[in-house]
Design a protein around this ligand. Structure first.
Ligand code: NAD
Ligand code: UGA
Length: 437
């Protein structure tokens, strides 16, 4: 299959290179000329484990190319994926679809022969209908089908998620046997590997993506509230999570209590679902509450640090370990660290941050914070060290070295990666989330 991927971001680049690895002929198009130039030189604009090698091998095999020339790429393609951003619209929280519709217009003019246009971006119900309308209006003679194929990969595990998905959801409308055949061919290697292909209508497929993300966000928020309750009643949230997660109907994944979910997707997608539901006079109150609880939680984690430090941090130095919204990514979008740092700065603390991959992006979104070379440099003369993101690098800290560097040996572990006894024996005071400290 000849595939064009429009948008070479986290999803477009990973999907494009994985399709190339399946043996398809893929061109990734991005309107960001700097990104395309870098990719052509073999430089990967994001941090995603394994991506550099996979890109290099598929470029070398001649199956993967990068361009900003959408026109030529689309004209020779069997399938055109739209994988551009759908951020929250400023002001109202609806998904901003301007990039998707702009891409649809550009595609329309250049279609040649039967082409399947696929929305891989996360888009609200009805977007596929509008993409179809735009293409038909722009190019009435075009022979095409619009398909919804949402993506479920996670950053940091993107290649593995793409190549071993729990399912592939494909939404088609009307009598689109041709489109169904094309999509089956695109995913053939996964289909042969027995990944389930879920065929449904376009609108249903669009909603599946939001329902999935909202459910996972709700699950995390539920365990976070249980963690707060555990602290009040002297119970252990990790044991609660294990105790309920072993029930197959509940499942153990996404039950890790922490500082609240962040990232480029859960926050914006839960909000967009709330807006869609309100527009259709069918409010999703569980999701509304999830959004509100999670928003409050991030700043509350700043207050938790202040409480652990004795209620006052004015003039204190606080070291933050981990700035990205999760490990193994450089993505700072909606990271809990942003609100935590702000809360500490508002209380008069001087904050120093360290992250293995996220510091360049952190500088763009966090003001007034200093940056350290490594965890020990961050801890130098600090009154508290706070683990916000569970990078592997923080899982085996040298506690003697850390304590010697610090002014006051206090460790606040917002990801529960340590146990109190192992930290306390090195002379630290220790606070974590939802566990008897
Ligand atoms: P991103 O911001 O990393 O990348 C989007 C890219 O699209 C940018 O490089 C931008 O320059 C490019 N672009 C925008 N308009 C264009 C146009 N008209 N022509 C060519 N290029 C264009 O975004 P992302 O994180 O990859 O997310 C893309 C979509 O996938 C979103 O809808 C998101 O919700 C969804 N999604 C993301 C993830 C994830 O883990 N990041 C996972 C599943 C789904
Ligand atoms: C999430 C979904 O997991 C993907 O399936 C989906 O494709 C993607 O959103 C998307 O639509 O973009 P991602 O945001 O990359 O993926 O990362 P997750 O691993 O889901 O983590 C999201 C946030 O939840 C992080 O801040 C993480 O720390 C937090 N989290 C996750 C917890 O606090 N506890 C958990 O148990 C799991």
């Amino acid at each position: 299959m000849k595939i064009t991927m429009i948008g070479a971001g986290y999803v477009g680049l990973v999907s494009g290179v994985c399709f190339a690895d399946f043996g398809h002929d893929v061109v990734c198009v991005d309107k960001d000329e700097g990104k395309v130039a870098a990719l052509k030189k073999g430089q990967i604009p994001i941090f995603e484990p394994g991506l550099d090698h996979l890109v290099a091998s598929n470029v070398a095999a001649g199956r993967l190319n990068f361009t900003d020339d959408l026109k030529t790429a689309v004209a020779s393609s069997d399938v055109v994926f739209i994988a551009v951003g759908t951020p929250s619209r400023r002001g109202d929280g609806h998904a901003d679809l301007s990039y998707v519709y702009a891409a649809a217009r550009e595609i329309a003019d250049n279609l040649q022969g039967f082409t399947v246009v696929v929305t891989k971006s996360t888009v609200p119900v009805g977007t596929g209908d509008e993409v179809e309308r735009i293409i038909r209006e722009t190019n009435p003679a075009a022979d095409f089908a619009v398909v919804s194929n949402p993506e479920f990969l996670r950053e940091g595990a993107a290649i593995e998620d793409f190549k071993r998905p729990d399912r592939i959801v494909i939404g088609l409308d009307g009598n689109h046997a041709r489109a169904r055949d094309v999509m089956t061919e695109v995913y053939r290697p996964l289909y042969l590997n027995q990944s389930p292909l879920v065929f449904t209508t376009r609108r249903t497929s669009e909603l599946i993506k939001y329902a999935g993300n909202a459910f996972l966000a709700m699950k995390i928020t539920f365990i976070n509230e249980m963690a707060d309750l555990c602290e009040k009643v002297g119970a252990n949230v990790q044991d609660v999570a294990r105790g309920i997660g072993l029930d197959g109907r509940i499942g153990s994944k996404f039950l890790h209590a922490g500082p609240g979910y962040g990232g480029s997707c859960f926050p914006k997608d839960t909000l967009a679902l709330v807006k869609t539901a309100q527009d259709h006079d069918s409010p999703v109150r569980l999701v509304e509450t999830t959004v509100a609880v999670n928003d409050n939680r991030k700043r509350a984690m700043g207050r938790k640090v202040i409480a652990a430090a004795g209620g006052e941090v004015r003039g204190a130095k606080i070291a933050i370990l981990g700035l990205t919204f999760k490990p193994n990514t450089d993505d700072m979008r909606d990271s809990p660290a942003i609100a935590i740092v702000q809360a500490l700065q508002d209380a008069g603390a001087r904050v120093v941050g360290y992250d293995p991959e996220g510091m360049e992006n952190a500088r763009k979104v966090i003001e007034g914070m200093d940056y350290a070379r490594d965890p020990y440099d961050a801890a130098s003369e600090a009154d508290a060290v706070v683990i916000v993101t569970e990078w592997n690098e923080f899982r085996a800290l040298d506690f003697e070295r850390l304590r010697t560097a610090m002014k006051t040996p206090l460790l606040v572990d917002l990801r529960n990666i340590y146990r109190k006894d192992e930290v306390a024996k090195h002379g630290f005071r220790y606070a974590s989330v939802g566990r008897p400290d």
